[in-house]
Write a protein that binds this ligand. Structure first.
Ligand SMILES: Nc1nc2c(ncn2[C@@H]2O[C@H](COP(=O)(O)OP(=O)(O)OP(=O)(O)O)[C@@H](O)[C@H]2O)c(=O)[nH]1
Ligand SMILES: [Mg+2]
Length: 400
């Protein structure tokens, strides 16, 4: 087979990758809240990324806003806008609005329950709402503990008895106060009602949260996290839900810290490969999918602190993917390979990339333990993960 690498220069691939990212349904969540309101904590809770990863990943957008792409900006599955300087001199909401209005799919507005100086959030929000009444907004009433310092949350969580629709109303009925939320002190409920009144007409749902984090001494360190996720999924345009759902699903099923680091990387590449395969443009074709897959292999090598050379890449990929030519230069030859028909299908490309990623990850783990996996072992791991990838994709599609 001819290996004409000139077709697959890095520039060429990068251009195609950028187009694939543009076409992929990657949710962009706009966090709009004062400093210390809990924006970064919400990003951490939703993605499982560490504080350092989030801090290092921010890229400046406007004068007062930054974007964080998860797991990275090359192959993102979710994007977050973090607005800073709200309530400070010189903050210009109009500038952010112009920059993000057409991009953001959902706004999350964290407000500390006990914060009484909320005009600086309410006024820009009113303006955003007038300009774009269709984009949904979630009010996250954060830091509940500020209202009952040092005490645990009531158990069982009284909010769990509220229906999802009751979080879309900005009124707490007397019946809800007395029958459902009576475990909270009266003044806490009054604070909540106060906030709901202030944000009446400006938000589509509200969620009480308290993301105290580990080592805080609280029994429930992520109070309300699931409710917030549920509201975000409810309010996001449906095309954008899938990737967020997948992050969560993965995190729930992975206990091992190393796997948790690799999982978003595998997921993001699988997602992007699936998007690239779905783009109905002649230039985003199989080599992009292959390039994304080999980039994934290199990325996983890095995360596992293992070297990866071209012969190993070729050997392992050929073993686990059947008779696949992985060299990026085989653009012409690839058209003749039987599985091409399969690879242009998004669902199959997702599962295929997902399985490849986990098989690579398993391979590097074994190598680091001093064991060179046999072809058969690799094929078994790959086959098992292929099934997982298929059901993963199916499950997250079914919920829509
Ligand atoms: N108890 C409690 N603490 C929280 C909550 N959310 C955030 N915090 C804490 O409040 C502090 C600020 O939270 P961040 O998430 O960094 O706030 P931010 O909005 O990103 O702030 P800036 O980056 O300064 O704009 C941190 O020490 C958090 O641990 C919450 O819901 N409950
Ligand atoms: Mg922050």
């Amino acid at each position: 087979m001819p290996a004409n690498t000139d077709h697959s220069s890095t520039d060429d691939f990068d251009q195609q990758r950028r187009e694939a990212v543009k076409a992929a349904p990657i949710p962009l969540l706009w966090l709009f809240g004062k400093t210390g309101s809990g924006k970064s904590s919400i990003i951490r809770m939703l993605t499982g990324a560490t504080e350092a990863e989030i801090g290092n990943g921010f890229r400046p957008q406007t004068k007062t806003s930054m974007q964080f792409d998860f797991p990275d900006d090359q192959t993102p599955i979710a994007r977050f806008l973090d607005t800073r300087g709200i309530g400070e001199a010189g903050y210009e909401a109009q500038v952010d609005l112009e920059a993000f209005d057409s991009l953001a799919h959902l706004m999350i507005v964290p407000v500390r329950l006990t914060d009484q100086a909320t005009d600086c959030v309410v006024e820009p929000l009113r303006q955003f709402r007038q300009t774009n009444p269709f984009r949904k907004v979630v009010l996250a009433l954060s830091c509940l503990h500020d209202a009952y310092p040092g005490e645990q949350h009531p158990t069982p969580d009284p909010f769990a008895a509220l229906k999802a629709s009751q979080f879309s109303s900005t009124k707490l009925s007397a019946a809800v106060r007395e029958n459902i939320l009576s475990g909270f002190p009266d003044d806490v409920l009054t604070l909540i009602e106060g906030k709901l009144t202030v944000f009446d007409g400006l938000v589509d749902a509200w969620v009480p949260i308290d993301l105290t984090g580990e080592q805080s001494g609280f029994e429930e360190e992520n109070f309300g996290a699931d409710r917030l996720k549920e509201q975000i999924l409810n309010l996001l345009p449906s095309a954008y839900r899938q990737s967020l759902r997948q992050i969560d699903h993965l995190h729930q099923s992975l206990l091992d810290a190393h796997q948790k680091t690799c999982a978003p990387v595998i997921l993001a590449h699988s997602f992007l490969a699936a998007s690239a395969a779905a783009i109905p443009l002649p230039w985003v074709d199989i080599p992009v999918v292959l390039a994304i897959q080999s980039r994934l292999a290199y990325k996983l090598a890095g995360l596992n602190r293992q070297p990866l050379d071209a012969p190993t890449l070729a050997r392992v990929s050929a073993t686990i993917g059947g008779q696949i030519a992985v060299q990026l230069g085989l653009r012409g030859a690839l058209k003749m390979i039987p599985w091409v028909g399969m690879a242009v299908n998004s669902a199959a490309t997702f599962a295929y990339t997902y399985a490849l990623g986990w098989a690579w990850n398993w391979y590097f783990t074994k190598i680091s333990q001093g064991h060179l996996p046999s072809d058969e072992e690799l094929r078994n791991v790959y086959a098992e993960q292929l099934k997982q990838g298929e059901s993963f994709w199916k499950r997250s599609k079914e919920k829509d």
